[in-house]
Write a protein that binds this ligand. Structure first.
Ligand code: EPZ
Length: 445
């Protein structure tokens, strides 16, 4: 269990190169299961979730190799149909093998997927949609596995009752080799989905986003290999933009994608953040003097994404006035609040009155366990001070790291492996911006 010792308060200044997108890099290796030809993927971030995902493929008998930031998978032919519990339960994207396994081999046995502890995160929408395509999928609570089989997946119209990012990806991955045409209604719109689609189409798939929330997939007989470069990570760019403004510094971000950050950029500007689009793929972030309290409500993309709300909370702790964050996508995504309060933040929970919560919230209302809160009120600006804090999930980790950078004194951050899941060499890259961070590995402690 590594930890960081972070000494603030230091403004961050310099240049940051955004790495490849985690939420693409976790899905792309699965496309290898759809072909017997070689798949080569560039711009893969060296984060632990990627290595966990390669272990999922390896448990199916599919070998892979990473050289630099390029992933090579020679052949996607599986020799197993089971993803072992201890391998699949570590990350959310392990369930994405379902579609390709059913499409090519007609069988799969996968555990309940894991991932950040930010809610129940069931895959009921994935299962219902695959069932509509002709699969039989049963969850056996005695062994903790989904047992799935399908003689042949058939194209059909899938209407997702609520937005699901990996659910949409699951059906795309299942439909590309299915018989006939599949139409996905109420499809998720995250840009990462379109990156996956672009890569699959280069392999010979026929996938079109015909309207903002409608995707049509015509099944084909087989797919060829591919060499592809994945998109940069939007969530990393947002994290760095917040760190620059919250610390009172100026950071120029390379591999920037403002076209996929509209909701963030408008809130950031409204809060007093400064955005300079220097050239294509290069954006400079800082702040114009005082920050002002700015309320946000998270929404499925293209709304203000749930992955951005935790870092946003730190920015609001430095803003003048009271701001609110209303989280509508996950039912338990405020684990960082108690830790920020230890550092002096003034944050309280409250539950906004919502006329029809089951419809309004993206999670299944029935998954809301007792005592969860969906909104927080932040009073600022406050001078944060050092503390010993613990990270519960990836974005909470980045948030506490930013807070420690702007707090006075030396803070100790436990659970750093959570940050390593989604940010490559984060402390080395922050040190280049002037941060004072030391990683203490377990043998130090
Ligand atoms: C993906 O999670 C991302 N993870 C998340 O990023 C991201 O926050 C989320 O999409 C929204 O963009 C990956 O891509 C690996 P959903 P996913 O299916 O697919 C509920 C990060 O920090 N739901 O859109 O799990 C679900 O529990 C991570 O990078 C069901 O109830 O998100 C959630 O409350 C965190 N049943 C809501 O819907 C289902 O079958 C949205 O889930 C599917 C989802």
């Amino acid at each position: 269990m590594d930890k960081f010792v972070v000494t603030g308060a230091t403004p961050l200044n310099g240049i940051w190169e955004v790495a490849g997108a985690k939420n693409v890099a976790l899905k792309m290796p699965v496309i290898a299961l759809l072909t017997d030809s070689e798949v080569i993927l560039h711009n893969i971030p060296l984060i632990s979730d990627v290595f966990f995902m390669l272990e999922v493929l390896s448990s199916l008998g599919v070998k892979s190799q990473i050289k630099g930031h390029t992933l090579y998978i020679k052949n996607g032919h599986v020799s197993e149909i089971t993803v072992p519990l201890e391998v699949g339960a570590r990350l959310r994207s392990s369930s994405l093998v379902l579609g390709p396994m059913l499409a090519r081999w007609g069988h799969a046995k996968i555990p309940n997927p894991g991932g950040c502890r930010i809610g129940a995160r069931p895959i009921d929408r994935h299962v219902e949609a695959l069932t509509a395509m002709g699969a039989t999928i049963n969850y056996n609570s005695a062994d903790g596995y989904f047992h799935a089989q399908a003689k042949k997946l058939r194209g059909t119209t899938i209407v997702f009752p609520k937005n699901t990012h990996t659910g949409t990806e699951t059906i795309i991955l299942a439909a590309v080799l299915a018989e006939g045409t599949t139409v996905i209604e109420n499809a998720a719109q995250e840009a990462e989905i379109d990156d996956l689609t672009a890569c699959l189409n280069l392999m010979g798939a026929k996938i079109r986003r015909v309207a903002s929330r409608q995707i049509v997939i015509e099944g084909v007989k087989r797919l060829s290999g591919v060499e592809y470069t994945i998109m940069p990570d939007r969530n990393e760019e947002v994290t760095v933009a917040v760190a620059a403004a919250a610390s009172g510094g100026t950071v120029t971000v390379k591999n920037s994608q403002p076209q996929f950050l509209t909701a963030f950029l408008s809130a950031f500007r409204q809060a007093g953040g400064k955005i300079e689009l220097l050239e294509k793929g290069v954006t400079r972030y800082s702040r114009e003097g005082k920050l002002s309290a700015t309320d946000i409500v998270t929404q499925p993309y293209p709304g203000f994404m749930t992955d951005w709300q935790a870092p946003w909370a730190v920015l609001m702790s430095q803003a003048y006035g009271r701001s609110t964050i209303h989280e509508t996508v996950f039912e338990s995504r405020f684990s960082y609040v108690k830790e920020l309060v230890k550092m002096g933040a003034e944050i309280e929970f409250f539950d906004p009155q919502v006329p029809n919560p089951d419809k309004f919230y993206n999670f299944n209302w029935s998954d809301l366990t007792h005592g969860n809160h969906q909104a927080i009120r932040i009073k600022g600006p406050v001078k944060l001070h050092n503390a010993v804090v613990t990270i519960d999930d990836l974005r909470a980790g980045a948030t506490l790291l930013i807070a420690a950078l702007i707090a006075r004194g030396a803070s100790y951050i436990h659970g750093v492996e959570q940050i390593d899941r989604g940010y490559e060499k984060i402390e080395e890259r922050l040190v280049k911006l002037g941060a004072k961070i030391k990683r203490l590995t377990s043998d130090h402690l």
